[in-house]
Write a protein that binds this ligand. Structure first.
Ligand code: MG
Length: 248
């Protein structure tokens, strides 16, 4: 069942969203060669706790950190590590914030120094995919309209869409209905209503769409062909007009 958020719910989600946005801005500043993702995670925790908020991911189904730190071929769910970032890598940072009874969830992909032209394009197109999708995140549109717009934009550039993982509804729980695939047919799926809260999150691969989850840690999700992947996510509220983005 998809929950409709009240005005008070949305106000609480805005507050959680602002914290997530602040964390990601700080992560953007820190994402440089020589810095470790463990240092970045500690800073994210510091910011989140400074508001009396909680990191949504920490302990979620046993996830060990506040942020997912996913480098190059890691699509999502990478663990922060002590290894320093290197020039030419791309880093996806995903963070969830729980505040006032609600979650906000957002992700960005950063270039570490100068990266290859294809990685740079992948980052840009993945972000654009989100904005293509959100054009259809309004009351009266259908879920498949968002999915199809994301897929169409990614494939226009020869990139592929991860199918094994999807965006999701969000609110009192981190993951709520509906599941939001980044591929699909326009004109299909549930009709969107004002007050739906959605985490729309294109996960786009430079090469093939297949991904593999690390059997040892049960989390780290990599592209099967070892090519780079990017991730971009915001928590949004569906309205009669343009969706409200809570995590920018
Ligand atoms: Mg998410």
């Amino acid at each position: 069942m998809i929950s409709v958020k009240s005005k008070t719910d949305i106000e609480a989600m805005r507050a959680a969203g602002r914290i997530a946005a602040e964390v990601l801005e700080r992560m953007r500043d820190m994402a440089k060669a020589g810095v470790s993702t463990l240092e970045m995670d500690a800073e994210a925790v510091r910011i989140i706790h400074s508001y009396g908020a909680k990191a949504s991911f920490k302990g979620y189904k046993g996830f060990p950190a506040a942020t997912c730190m996913s480098i190059d071929d890691v699509v999502v769910h990478g663990f922060p590590s002590a290894r320093a970032l290197r020039e030419g890598e791309i880093l996806s940072v995903d963070v969830g914030v729980f505040y006032g009874g609600f979650h906000a969830d957002a992700a960005r992909t950063f270039a570490i120094g100068t990266v290859s032209a294809e990685k740079q394009k992948l980052i840009e197109v993945t972000e654009q995919c989100f904005f293509e999708g959100i054009r259809f995140a309004r009351a009266g549109q259908r879920l498949g309209d968002i999915s199809a717009a994301v897929q169409k934009h990614a494939e226009k550039y020869g990139f592929s869409v991860v199918r094994a993982m999807t965006g999701h509804g969000i609110g009192r729980k981190l993951h709520e209905d509906p599941s939001i695939p980044n591929y699909g047919e326009a004109g299909t799926g549930v009709f969107l209503k004002s007050g739906y809260a959605l985490a729309i999150e294109p996960m786009i691969n430079l090469g093939g769409s297949t991904v593999t989850t690390d059997k040892r840690d049960g989390w780290t999700c990599r592209t099967s062909d070892g090519k780079a992947a990017a991730h971009y996510e915001n928590t949004v509220i569906v309205t009669e007009a343009a969706a409200e983005i809570l995590t920018l």
